[in-house]
Design a protein around this ligand. Structure first.
Ligand SMILES: [Zn+2]
Length: 323
């Protein structure tokens, strides 16, 4: 595991761990789970051909509670990956990744049980893969991409509370996809009443904390802004805001992470910006896209180091998912 919980409730990432600073017991990252964790530092793998990154390990899966969102049950993962591989060999079989995870504060066990496959898929024409964390999602996508390539991804869908979305739309890894998401949310602005209406299906994003966020000890956590050109020479600068509880504030500051979260615009702010886009030309507006994080299962460090000699990708043009 890449995360563990300290005695004071703070979550620490494996590469952040410092024995001198983080004294005391290490627990599973799921706040409801009491499994003890041990730190395993970075090491060379067999034959010294690769580096195994630092992590936290528990003695046994049975140490964790039944609904733990953090442990990696390799037996279940291996079985699921096998059925994914079989589905990839058959043109007619789709793959559905079920997001069985809390993405809002009001998520409870009842809601968890309601996550089910939508009726638009005929029984027997799909296989399902249960994802209880962002790590699971990344793992499945990697398997599908490696074994089935673009064709495999094209028949993969993500299911959250009985709504589905193609995985290629679910993964936001380009400026175009941010634009599509913004347009989708903006279609609801004129009719939206409560703020909650300006939310959309969960997405997987790369969140890279800005320099300013990194420099501060507390306060808002912002990720790389995305510039989006609109009609009449107007421009919207989409500011990525990670809405995280106090126990993750320090964890995520200065980090590059993958996040699965529900995107949301503030209705008042969105209305104001939309009015401006309609009534002016050549203007520049700032708009916050909020990504709510309620649990450690929603984020994981981006492990691929960016090569220093290569030019950095433009904001919103990261392609670490290869989609
Ligand atoms: Zn656990």
């Amino acid at each position: 595991m890449k995360k563990a919980r300290l005695e004071d409730g703070q979550v620490v990432l494996a590469h952040q761990f410092n024995k001198a600073v983080h004294a005391g017991q290490l627990l599973c990252a799921d706040p409801n789970c009491t499994a003890h964790m041990v730190f395993r530092k970075e090491s060379l793998t067999h034959g010294a051909s690769a580096i195994r990154s630092a992590s936290f390990v528990s003695k046994a899966v049975s140490d964790h509670i039944a609904h733990c969102s953090a442990h990696e049950d390799f037996a279940i993962l291996a079985r699921t990956k096998k059925s994914i591989e079989q589905a990839l060999k058959d043109d007619k079989t789709s793959i559905i990744i079920n997001l069985n995870m809390a993405l809002t504060d009001d998520f409870n066990n009842v809601a968890r049980d309601l996550v089910c496959v939508p009726s638009t898929f005929e029984k027997g024409t799909y296989v399902t893969a249960s994802a209880k964390s962002v790590e699971d999602v990344l793992d499945y996508i990697k398997t599908i991409e490696e074994k089935g390539g673009k064709q495999g991804l094209a028949k993969t869908f993500v299911n959250y509370k009985s709504k589905t979305m193609p995985v290629t739309d679910f993964v936001i890894d380009s400026e175009d996809k941010y634009r599509d998401l913004l347009n989708k949310l903006y279609k609801k602005v004129d009719t939206a009443r409560p703020e909650a209406d300006l939310a959309d299906f969960p997405r997987l994003i790369d969140f890279k904390a800005t320099k300013r966020s990194r420099g501060l000890d507390e306060g808002d956590l912002f990720g790389t802004p995305v510039g989006i050109m609109k009609a009449q020479g107007n421009k919207v600068v989409l500011l990525q805001a990670a809405d995280v509880p106090p126990e993750f504030q320090t964890t995520l500051r200065g980090e590059n992470v993958h996040i699965v979260a529900i995107p949301r615009l503030d209705l008042t702010e969105a209305k104001k910006v939309l009015q401006r886009l309609r009534n002016t030309a050549n203007s520049k507006s700032y708009l916050h896209m909020h990504w709510k994080v309620v649990g450690a299962h929603q984020f994981t460090p981006i492990e691929t180091p960016e090569p220093a000699q290569q030019p950095k990708p433009a904001p919103g043009q990261q392609t670490s998912f290869g989609i």
